[in-house]
Design a protein around this ligand. Structure first.
Ligand code: UDP
Length: 316
């Protein structure tokens, strides 16, 4: 297949691109580097089945030639990034997603959009199942991301219902691995960076809030399976192993050998108190479940961040 991937220079986007190339497909990758990094594409130099186009997908663009699939992954995704870029975040989920859907419609291509567990907001149902409609603050600081992704889901369903586009919606839960941005503020790079520097680890709130961390290769496998399925409604993809942020800090200390203390800082507004995917639907529909344990996933992630530290140059 010839596949257009937006957000190809992002953390998950670049891994998805690698997987598509490994499966023998051809990829046209789009990114405007708002939060993505050229470094995430360096290994693809000289790859004949990969072409990169620097493009903001909220602006008009055309893709020459046939397209079999459109994978729409472009968006700021870390709380720090979307709080810094709230308008771009809303634009890419709405205008950007519509432009990618129009591309799929014109080319007769299938379409996958990466949505988020943030659609559930600060959830009152636990674990989160796709049929739960969520508890989202529509005007809070995180609303730029939550509502952008909820719009992206809604317009994907509208293009399916109105125009018959073969759409898929993935709701991605917390994912980690090499190529995350060291300074994107998320808990995985933040704790790893602090631990590797021997600095205190910053726990927000009392650390009793929970998250469930999925290794990126598992996540990408779920995305690849989903884009071949005929399921139109959202499918959760994530690792159901849930832990508190305090427990997670302990794992990081163990994996890095760091002696870092914990320092407690205020919990950001609307920070969800608990998050764990119900992956029953993905199991049944896609035969998918995560295979990589937290211990095994953290090894290459720690090695990657050690490498980033060694070069002393922040990602461009
Ligand atoms: N967090 C933390 N210290 C940090 C960064 C994040 O305790 O330095 C917490 C944050 O408050 C949240 C969890 O870790 O409860 C996961 O945050 P992240 O930004 O990775 O993503 P989120 O799941 O909130 O989108």
């Amino acid at each position: 297949m010839r596949i257009v991937v937006s957000g190809v220079a992002g953390f998950i986007g670049s891994h998805m691109c690698d997987r598509l190339l490994a499966e023998g497909h051809t990829v046209v990758g789009l990114d405007n580097f708002l939060t993505g990094s050229r470094r995430n594409l360096e290994h693809l130099q000289g790859e004949p089945r990969f072409r990169f186009v620097e493009q903001d997908i909220t602006r008009p663009f055309t893709i020459e030639g046939p397209v079999d699939a459109v994978v729409n992954m472009a968006s700021p995704a870390s709380p720090k990034d979307y709080l810094e870029h709230p308008i771009e975040t809303l634009e890419v989920g709405s205008i950007g997603t519509q432009r990618m859907l129009e591309l799929a419609l014109q080319k007769g291509a299938r379409f996958l959009v990466t949505s988020t567990s943030e659609c559930y907001g600060d959830p009152l149902v636990h674990p989160q199942v796709e049929t739960y409609w969520g508890n989202v603050n529509p005007v809070g600081p995180r609303s730029c991301y939550d509502e952008s992704k909820r719009f992206a889901e809604a317009i994907s369903m509208a293009y399916h219902r109105k125009h018959g586009v073969r759409t898929n919606i993935a709701r991605i839960f917390n994912t980690y691995g090499p190529r995350m941005k060291l300074d994107d503020g998320r808990v995985v790079p933040a704790f790893l960076d602090q631990a590797l520097r021997g600095e205190p680890m910053t726990v927000f709130g009392n650390g009793s809030q929970t998250r469930s961390f999925c290794y990126v290769s598992d996540l990408v496998d779920g995305l690849y399976r989903l884009m071949q399925s005929d399921e139109r409604y959202p499918v959760n993809l994530g690792n159901p192993r849930e832990m508190t942020i305090l427990e997670f800090a302990e794992h990081i200390r163990k994996m890095t050998g760091a002696k870092s203390e914990l320092v407690f800082q205020p919990l950001p507004e609307d920070d969800p108190k608990q998050r764990k995917p119900d992956i029953g639907k993905a199991r049944k529909l896609l035969g998918w479940e995560p295979k990589v344990s937290l211990e095994d996933g953290l090894k290459p992630t720690v090695a990657y961040f050690r490498g980033v530290h060694a070069t002393h140059t922040p990602a461009p």
